[in-house]
Write a protein that binds this ligand. Structure first.
Ligand code: NAD
Length: 473
């Protein structure tokens, strides 16, 4: 796409004498560098975002036009953006392309979404209209698993509402966001969208900056808690989209062979590095072995390799610390007597590869079950009574999503509603739609993204209350 990646600050391309290396997870070697933003860069981005806000919030038509042209620009540069994404993130090119097209769709969707106004009183005494107003400067902070899509979902909704945004991607995947910033730079007035790259400290500088009135954060629970604590001292508004440990419950009435591929996609898409991936699979004891076998066959057939290789379904894990963590969980499960059913865990050699792996014979207290593994390593647990499966599924600090698999859809929907989570699917997992809010309960998050709920996350209500009767006294 471009050989030198620069930040976008105040509508300008900005480099830095300080840079950090970006690693290709398929080789484990650096392949590019990104500017390491200074505190001064943060101040300049915030000042320009603050100045741009006054005009930007006034012209809804201009905002919609800019969002629509952003959608077009992303679409027509999708191949190039996808290649950058694959190289720094690791995901297979076809999935990178899907992510970029999803990002384009987010801009197109919000370009057309109405901003509601509600008249709640209209009589001879007066007129009350409830309007949605932007907060001002928004800090958007993103993780490394879906950098383009997550950033775009935040940007499109925040910008439609009339906010200005400073985006800070993960240091593991900064390039696709820098490239996105460069692509959108000519389409927005200076200061409306800035993109800064750097490490975790930059995240702290951005989220703690006094100009910021709203933080939209996606990442881990641990960082989310820090962001929330620092936001509280300045009463900044926050949306937190955090981790998950999603359960899927397979009832006795399904055909194991028919659901195996969908379960595989639910657990192993993006090499399991999805907040909403199936991370614990509960299967009724009467079909337990058949499900392990059927899923195992799909797992064994999946091709693992560089995201640029044709036919690859699973790329590498994105970064060395995450690869280490999944490897440790795998080893720990085996020391506890966990039984390896398919796959063989970490692969020796260059790159952060890890085979899709199924483990059985682990208890609820094993870290592989109790914690978010965020990798291609899935524990499968039997259950005898549905109530017990639901109780075990809900016995978690996490509450992002979950799914029920059954041939009885009505019963499935009723059981799904007993799951304590933001999204409860039946016979699918990771199916997103603008018709559904996306957010977590418990430690999985605060607030919602997607659809009209995503717009609301970037709006505060203002009641414009007009007295019609003459003012007297
Ligand atoms: P992370 O929390 O380590 O980092 C996320 C972002 O926060 C990065 O840009 C990082 O630089 C920044 N950051 C780090 N410390 C900060 C601080 N003190 N203040 C402000 N920003 C700071 O998460 P990660 O490892 O990049 O992402 C993986 C996690 O994200 C997983 O737990 C996954 O489940 C979660 N996730 C959640 C969703 C969702 O929508 N719920 C989506 C994707 C990923």
């Amino acid at each position: 796409m471009m050989s030198t990646y620069t930040m976008t600050i105040g509508g300008e391309s900005v480099g830095s004498t300080n840079t950090f290396q970006v690693i290709d997870p398929a080789t484990g070697a650096p392949f590019a560098s990104a500017p390491d933003a200074t505190l001064d860069d943060v101040h300049r981005a915030m000042d320009s975002a603050h100045s741009a806000f006054t005009m930007w919030k006034r012209d809804e038509t201009a905002r919609r036009r800019a969002l629509a042209s952003a959608a077009e620009a992303i679409k027509s540069n999708s191949e190039a953006l996808a290649r950058v994404l694959t190289q720094e993130q690791g995901k297979p090119l076809k999935f990178a392309l899907r992510e970029v097209i999803g990002a384009s769709y987010a801009f197109a969707y919000y370009a057309r979404l109405p901003i509601p106004r509600q008249v709640t009183l209209d009589d001879e005494t007066g007129h009350i209209e409830v309007q949605r107003r932007p907060y001002g400067v928004v800090a958007a902070i993103t993780p490394w698993n879906f950098p383009v899509l997550i950033a775009s979902t935040k940007l499109a909704a925040a910008l439609l509402a009339g906010n200005t945004v400073v985006l800070k991607p993960s240091p593991y995947t900064p390039l696709s966001s820098l490239a996105l910033g460069a692509l959108l730079r000519p389409l927005f007035p200076p200061g409306v969208l800035s993109v800064l790259s750097g490490g975790d400290e930059l995240g702290r500088w951005v989220s703690e900056h006094p100009a910021v009135r709203k933080i939209s954060f996606t990442g881990s629970v641990a960082t989310g808690k820090k962001v929330s604590a620092s936001a509280a001292s300045d009463l900044k508004r926050v949306t937190l989209e955090l981790g998950g440990n999603d359960p899927a419950i397979v009832l006795a009435d399904v055909d194991p062979k028919k659901v195996a591929r969908a379960l595989f996609r639910g657990a192993f898409t993006n090499s399991g590095q999805v907040c909403t991936a199936i991370k614990r699979l509960y299967v009724h004891e009467s079909i337990f072995e058949q499900v392990v076998e059927a899923l195992g066959d799909v797992v064994s057939a999946a091709k693992v390799g560089s995201g640029f290789e044709p036919g690859v379904e699973l790329g590498p894990i994105n970064n060395a610390p995450q690869h280490r963590r999944v490897t440790e969980l795998f080893a720990e499960a085996q020391t506890r007597g966990g039984r390896l059913r398919r796959g063989n865990g970490p692969r020796a050699g260059a790159g952060y590869f890890f085979e899709p792996t199924l483990v059985t014979d682990v208890g609820e207290d094993a870290p592989i079950v109790a914690e978010e593994q965020f990798g291609p390593l899935l524990p499968i647990l039997p259950f005898a009574k549905l109530d017990d499966a639901i109780a075990r599924a809900n016995d978690s600090h996490f509450g992002l999503s979950g799914s029920i698999w059954t041939s009885d859809l009505e019963r499935g929907a009723q059981i799904a509603s007993e799951l304590e989570c933001g999204t409860a699917w039946v016979n699918q997992h990771m199916a997103f739609s603008p018709a559904a809010p996306f957010g977590g309960s418990k430690w999985s998050g605060i607030g919602y993204e997607n659809g009209p709920w995503g717009l609301d996350a970037f709006c505060q209500l203002q009641a414009v209350n007009v007295k019609r009767a003459p003012v007297e006294g």
